[in-house]
Design a protein around this ligand. Structure first.
Ligand code: PDD
Length: 278
């Protein structure tokens, strides 16, 4: 039996139900998180749960559970489903009430759903590197919120997939922001450059982990917006995210990055990141 959680209750997935007037379903009115599971344990779980609370606050939603309660519920789910390597997905919506753009009354509780999934580490792609396309970032101006509204991201990712690519690198005019489902960094003359954490990007937990590793290992980095020109003349490009870890990007819009192979700075980060998850 595959277990899921709906509103705090652990259920068999086949009997779990959400109302058709749930605001997540109708408006995308909610927030979510994806947490990596390695060796049956959440990796950077607290950081993800804190971001979930922050995302909820930013959309003026109060979560009915504390981060400690959420953590223990997730642990229960992971152990019930005997998950070793994978992800736990969780989302809160603003609850179920007759469709109305105005928020429901305060007695309407948020809907909480969580499930686990087996997901292998993308070992082969991380070894070889992946291809990408460029796409205009057409999303709203609060990309710092991990909101259920992902249409802009989906349209870009679909375009990438149809071009046989793994990721779409998004840009607002000349400025590179992030990927459709990951953060983007470039390497120039040994320095890692990645967009600063502001309203134009999701401040990835993996991104933060990578920067923490850089600080500890004295690897130079700059948190600032970089341009499409800087991207095309970068020595290395990589994507980072919960499921993709540290992923070398070896091609952008058909043009090779550097010599077209994963570079030494990205390789070093991959090894240092691996040491963190083991
Ligand atoms: N995506 N930017 C965007 C737009 C993302 O969707 C993600 C993650 C990231 C990286 O964040 P983190 O390192 O915290 O996973 C950056 C998740 C995994 C998803 O939607 O599936």
């Amino acid at each position: 039996m595959e277990c899921v959680i709906v509103d705090g209750e652990v259920l068999d997935r086949t009997v779990a139900k959400v109302d058709i007037e749930d605001r997540g379903y109708q408006f995308g009115d909610g927030v979510y998180e994806v947490i990596r599971i390695y060796n049956g344990k959440m990796f950077t779980g607290k950081e993800h749960l804190n971001r979930l609370v922050e995302s909820a606050e930013k959309i003026r939603m109060k979560l009915p559970f504390s981060t400690e309660e959420l953590e223990s519920k997730m642990e229960e789910l992971i152990s019930k489903n005997e998950l070793d390597t994978g992800i736990v997905y969780m989302q809160f919506t603003r609850g179920t009430s007759p469709r109305n753009h105005v928020f429901p009354a305060s007695d309407v509780a948020p809907t909480f759903v969580a499930y686990t999934r087996k997901v292998a580490r993308p070992v082969e792609s991380m070894e070889k590197g992946v291809r990408s396309i460029l796409d205009e970032d057409i999303r709203w101006l609060r990309c710092d919120i991990k909101s259920l509204n992902l249409l802009g991201n989906l349209l870009s990712k679909q375009k990438a997939a149809e071009a046989g690519c793994f990721e779409a690198i998004l840009h607002r005019g000349e400025t590179v922001t992030e990927g459709s489902h990951s953060n983007i960094s470039i390497v120039k003359d040994g320095v890692i450059i990645t967009h600063q954490a502001d309203n134009f990007i999701l401040n990835g937990i993996t991104r933060q982990k990578v920067l923490e590793i850089c600080s500890n290992e004295n690897i130079a980095f700059e948190e600032r917006a970089f341009t499409l020109d800087e991207l095309s003349s970068a020595d290395e490009v990589f994507s980072s995210g919960t499921t993709v870890e540290v992923m070398p990007i070896v091609e952008v819009d058909g043009k090779p990055v550097g010599n077209g192979e994963p570079g030494p700075v990205t390789r070093n980060l991959q090894n240092l990141f691996k040491a963190e998850i083991e």
